[in-house]
Design a protein around this ligand. Structure first.
Ligand code: ZN
Length: 298
């Protein structure tokens, strides 16, 4: 469910939106978040329809407690609409555009979007199969284009002050990516990152010829692609290339440069979560309830 019309239809009122969150959070009936009791009743006072009362510890609560929606003065319908907008924006959604679409203030939408991104955590399942691993560089200083004395070729990629992002993707499957530090790109660092992302025993890993991957054949079936040759090589597992991760980087860079201008390192991890989530859900499962399940995790 990612269409705005569908969300309007299913949640015509604030109460309907809260009832849905209750259902997603407690499919077998409400549980008190404070004491775990299921002796919970709905408050009967007017304007308290979303408040639940625990008869065991006598606390009252609502389904938003402990979720990303907790203490938000924005009603859940708008949260749902914003989630739907973010999920369906293949090239990323700017806070300015979302603020226009939802008729809200940009700073409010901006912080809501960050709360949603924070909820889109990695599922912890390691990648396996034919996996490609690579790094991309984003951010950093703007390129100087009009300097007369600047005849040197501009440093690119590993030689710049940009922030590295290390990613791995199953061919035809899921991606994982993390913001790394420029000083954390040694062979040992790359191995640690790879082990946190990939199930080594069941995988064949393709990388380029970056020296950080030099020792990889000690712990994983490792193939390297030489970008200086124009042809694609083949072996028992098929063609040796990193085209899958390259196309993920293209999506990432389009989202970062096109929508999220001036991304600071601080927020890069959050944007990355959103982009990874959308990529991994691209063949279905990309819906409101999927995000709600992540949003209610304490
Ligand atoms: Zn209780």
């Amino acid at each position: 469910m990612t269409s705005l019309v569908e969300i309007y239809r299913r949640f015509p009122t604030r109460e309907a939106a809260i009832a849905h969150l209750e259902h997603v959070r407690w499919p077998d009936g409400p549980i008190c978040p404070a004491c775990g009791a299921d002796t919970v009743a709905r408050k009967s006072e007017p304007n308290q329809a979303d408040r639940l009362q625990c008869w065991s510890c006598e606390r009252s609560f609502s389904a938003t407690v402990g979720t990303i929606f907790h203490n938000s003065h924005i009603d859940l319908q708008r949260w749902y609409l914003l989630i739907a907008l973010m999920l369906s924006a293949k090239k990323g959604l700017s806070a300015i555009q979302a603020a226009r679409d939802l008729d809200m203030r940009r700073p409010t939408v901006w912080s809501m979007m960050h709360r949603i991104r924070a909820a889109l955590a990695d599922d912890g399942k390691l990648l396996a199969g034919i996996v490609e691993m690579d790094e991309a560089y984003v951010g950093g200083k703007p390129r100087r284009t009009n300097r007369k004395d600047d005849n040197d070729p501009k440093p690119r990629g590993r030689a710049t002050s940009k922030t590295p992002i290390v990613g791995a993707v199953e061919r035809g499957g899921r991606v994982k990516a993390k913001v790394a530090d420029k000083s954390e790109m040694t062979g040992a660092d790359m191995e640690a990152i790879a082990r946190a992302m990939i199930q080594m025993r069941d995988s064949t890993l393709t990388t380029d010829e970056y020296s950080g991957y030099n020792a990889f054949n000690n712990f994983v079936a490792h193939r390297r692609v030489n970008h200086s040759t124009a042809y694609v090589e083949y072996d028992l597992f098929g063609s040796i290339h990193t085209n899958t991760i390259e196309s993920f980087w293209a999506i990432l860079k389009r989202a970062i440069f096109g929508q999220f201008h001036h991304v600071s390192r601080k927020y890069l991890t959050l944007y990355l979560r959103e982009i990874v989530y959308r990529y991994n859900m691209r063949r279905g499962g990309c819906d409101l309830d999927g995000v709600l399940h992540l949003a209610i995790k304490p």
